[in-house]
Structures are given as C-alpha cells and as structure tokens.
Write a protein that binds this ligand. Structure first.
Ligand SMILES: Cc1cc2nc3c(=O)[nH]c(=O)nc-3n(C[C@H](O)[C@H](O)[C@H](O)COP(=O)(O)OP(=O)(O)OC[C@H]3O[C@@H](n4cnc5c(N)ncnc54)[C@H](O)[C@@H]3O)c2cc1C
Length: 412
C-alpha cells in the first residue's frame, strides 16, 4: 500500500512499541519538549508483562559481562528517583521494593560456585555476603531444610513490572504524546533517510526521528534494508504467578539452581494498598511483606528459556519444571493458588547487551536487545535516548552499546 494521501502531521519523534522501553523513551522525550507519537497495537502485551521485575545487576552477573554490569548498576542507581518521579506524576506506585536477593545453594558444588561468584562480584566492588545454612534459614524461614548455604546480594531489588508499565503508560498519556493502537507495517524511507512509518491499514505517519523499540519484534518490521535491521532474536520465557499467604512467602527474592536448573521466586507486596514503596527496609530481607501484615500476596516464579522463534504457546513441561524447582526451594509453593502462566519473548542480542542509539540510516534510532535486563535498564534507556534526541549526543554510559557495533564486545 502506498503511503500517500493519509500522511498525518509530523511528530518530532515516533516510537514503535509501547513496552517499558518505548514508553520510558516517549515520556522522557516529552519532558525535553519534543512532540511524540507512540504506536503499538497492544501496549504492554510483550516481555514487559511476562517479566519478573528483578533489578538484579549482581545476581544476573555472568563472567565476561563487566561492561553490561556497569550499565546495569548505573540504571539501578536511577531507580529510586525514577520510581518517585513516576509516582509523583501519575499518583501510582510501581512496587519498587528494596529487599535484596538471596541465592540458595542446592549442594556443596553449587555452594562452591556461589562463593566463586561472590569473589568475582567483590573484585568488581559489589557487596555480596556469603551465608551459612543457618544464616540462609534465618533470612528465609520457610526454605527447604538441609540447604548448605548461599549468598546475599543486598542491592538486588525489584519493581512490579506490570505496575511500572501502567504508570509509564499513564505518564505518557498525560504528557500530551499521541498514542495510536495499531501495528506498524513498514518503516518509510525517503532516499536514504527514514521519514515516518506506515500502519497496517495504510495510514502513513510522518516523523523527524523514528525510534524502533518493538522488543523481540524489532528486526521484523519491513522497510529497512536487510543489513539495517537490528540484530535481535526472540528468547522465549515463561513465568508463573501464584497467590499465597504472606506468612509463607520468602521475605526477599529467592533464587537457586536446582540440579542445574535456575529458578527464582519474587515476592510482591501484600494485596491491598501498596506499602513501603521506595522505602528501604531496616535490614535486608525485612521488606514490607514482613511488616506484621496478614493476607495474601503474589509470588512470581521464573523463568524458562527457550529458542522457539516467535512461538508464545505456554508449554506444560516448562511450567512443571518451574513449579517443581520452586517447590524444592520453598515447600509452601505446593499450597499456593495458581493464578497465571505468562509467556513472553526476551529481545536477545548477539552479545546479550542492548542496542541503543543512531543507526547507519538517518532518522532511525533503535532501542532494543535488552534481553533479560530490560526492566532494570528502563530508566537509563529512557534518559539516554531522550538526551540523544534533544541534545544530539548519547550519554557516555551508553557509548559501548551503539547498535552498529561489530567488533566482539567485552560482553558475551
Ligand atoms: C520470562 C521473562 C522474565 C524476565 N524477567 C526480567 C527481570 O526480572 N528483570 C528485567 O530487568 N528484565 C526481565 N525480562 C526482560 C524484559 O522483560 C525485557 O527485556 C523488556 O521487557 C523489553 O522491553 P521492550 O519494551 O523492549 O519490549 P516488549 O515489552 O516486548 O514490548 C515491545 C512492544 O512492541 C510492540 N510491537 C511489536 N511489533 C510491533 C509493530 N509492528 N508495531 C508496533 N508495535 C509493535 C508489542 O506489541 C510490544 O508492546 C524478562 C523477560 C522474560 C520474557
């Protein structure tokens, strides 16, 4: 379909994708005085919905990913003010909870591996404390008996990613940006410059800059020459949401590797009015859920990881394995109410690090490939892309993550 008659007035910035990444960019661009249009047929239906919301620079640390660690830490440091600002602007809490993360060792070999990780984290200046079995049980009273120990990452926190998405959507809507519920069929080029997009119904939208932030789908949108498409691929993941009595919940994020399979359990705030958002607990492991409140709360269990193309069908085997492993760490899981199974596609990149910045095509910026840390990287990505579009330069913290990097990165 030719995008001729129906080209609408130009926005400074058109964002493709209203997941947490696209919305944070749109919000920050509006705050910098740019006019913004966001296009998405189903805002919040992607990975931003499925995610567990861990803000975990340390417990997601992999050997060789030191550059990514620096970026993750820089974004984590922005979360307190980011959460407070979103709450002030929208009146909504995003469930930012600074309760820390415990990693339980399954056996002696696992404990040795965790001690290595703790040593590695310490060389990078990260505060990590190794735990004996007794200390582990003191932090997580309901944990399975007999586990030999673990480690505590007191600075690995969480946000409720669904509340985060809802608050960002409200902030963007309230900022005067235009939100269009439709799929982008094609990115339009005039000569060698991007000048807008065409929707599936043929409507053409003009824009000074198009920001491609469509998560795992970012490489699939037509119109760009083959070599100019962002190098993202989908990595399927499932999370399971349970509801259980607050007294039986782990008071902080609980992770482990059960017979070689990683699993995490993320306790949300108790039901009812949110409490404690943004407030640090008196000590790690004593978050709002232990504040003497009764009732129930959500526990998010994750996550499977599969290369399955764009298939989002929930798979019973993956759910079985997650529940089995979670129950091995926290026996009370077997008594919980099963609320939901969610499947999403992580936007994977060749080196597991995001692709953020200008491309070889004038007028096209990409912000994708956030893989397993997109919720964590939301504040720094929003700030960075808005700075690029308003001031002309990407902040130095994002320099190593430009989309067209070809040399092997330090990160794998
Ligand atoms: C199981 C799982 C667990 C995770 N856990 C964590 C975690 O604990 N912590 C963390 O930091 N990260 C986590 N992640 C990663 C995180 O969810 C992602 O990195 C992040 O959500 C990516 O956000 P996004 O906005 O780029 O993509 P998405 O949230 O996928 O949004 C992309 C949007 O683009 C839209 N779109 C697609 N095609 C088009 C089109 N043609 N036109 C217009 N719009 C389009 C979609 O409708 C969608 O709304 C997890 C991911 C998964 C799957």
């Amino acid at each position: 379909m030719e995008p001729t008659e129906r080209r609408r007035p130009a926005a400074d910035v058109l964002v493709i994708g209203a997941g947490v990444i696209g919305l944070a960019i749109a919000w920050r661009c509006r705050q910098r005085g740019l006019s913004v249009t966001v296009v998405d047929p189903a805002p919040g239906s992607g990975a931003s919905r499925t995610a567990a919301g861990m803000l975990a620079p340390v417990t997601e640390l992999h050997y060789g990913e030191q550059s990514l660690l620096a970026l993750n830490l820089a974004s984590a440091a922005r979360y307190p003010s980011f959460a407070a600002e979103l709450q002030e602007v929208t009146g909504r809490s995003i469930g930012y909870r600074r309760s820390g993360t415990v990693v339980a060792a399954w056996d002696a070999a696992d404990l040795a591996a965790l001690r290595d990780l703790a040593g590695f984290a310490a060389t990078l200046g990260q505060p990590v404390q190794t735990l004996t079995g007794r200390e582990l049980r003191a932090l997580v009273p309901g944990i399975a008996p007999g586990l030999p120990g673990g480690l505590l990452a007191p600075e690995d926190h969480q946000v409720d990613n669904r509340r985060l998405h809802g608050a960002l959507l409200a902030a963007v809507a309230g900022s005067g940006a235009a939100l269009i519920d439709a799929p982008v069929a094609r990115i339009d080029l005039a000569g060698d410059r991007v000048n807008g997009v065409t929707l599936a119904d043929g409507t053409a939208l003009a824009a000074g800059t198009v920001v491609l932030a469509a998560g795992a789908h970012s490489g699939r949108i037509a119109g760009l020459p083959e070599g100019a498409r962002p190098r993202v691929h989908p990595v399927k993941g499932q999370t399971v949401r349970l509801r259980m009595a607050v007294e039986t919940m782990p008071p902080l994020i609980l992770r482990g590797t059960v017979k070689g399979a990683p699993v995490y359990l993320v306790p949300r705030d108790p039901d009812g009015p949110a409490s404690g958002d943004g407030a640090a607990p008196a000590r790690p492991g004593v978050g709002p859920a232990r504040g003497g409140r009764s009732g129930t709360a959500e526990l998010v269990i994750g996550a499977s990881s599969e290369e399955a193309g764009f298939d989002c069908t929930p798979r019973a085997g993956a759910v079985y394995e997650l529940l089995r492993d979670a129950q091995s760490l926290l026996p009370a899981v077997s008594e919980a109410e099963l609320v939901e199974v969610s499947t999403g596609l992580r936007p994977g990149s060749p080196d597991n690090a995001p692709l953020i910045g200008r491309t070889g095509i004038d007028g096209l910026v990409v912000a994708t490939g956030h893989y397993r840390n997109g919720v964590l990287l939301t504040p720094i990505t929003g700030d960075g892309v808005a700075a690029l579009l308003a001031d002309g330069d990407l902040p130095p913290a994002l320099d190593a993550f430009q989309p067209e990097r070809r040399a092997p990165q330090e990160v794998r």
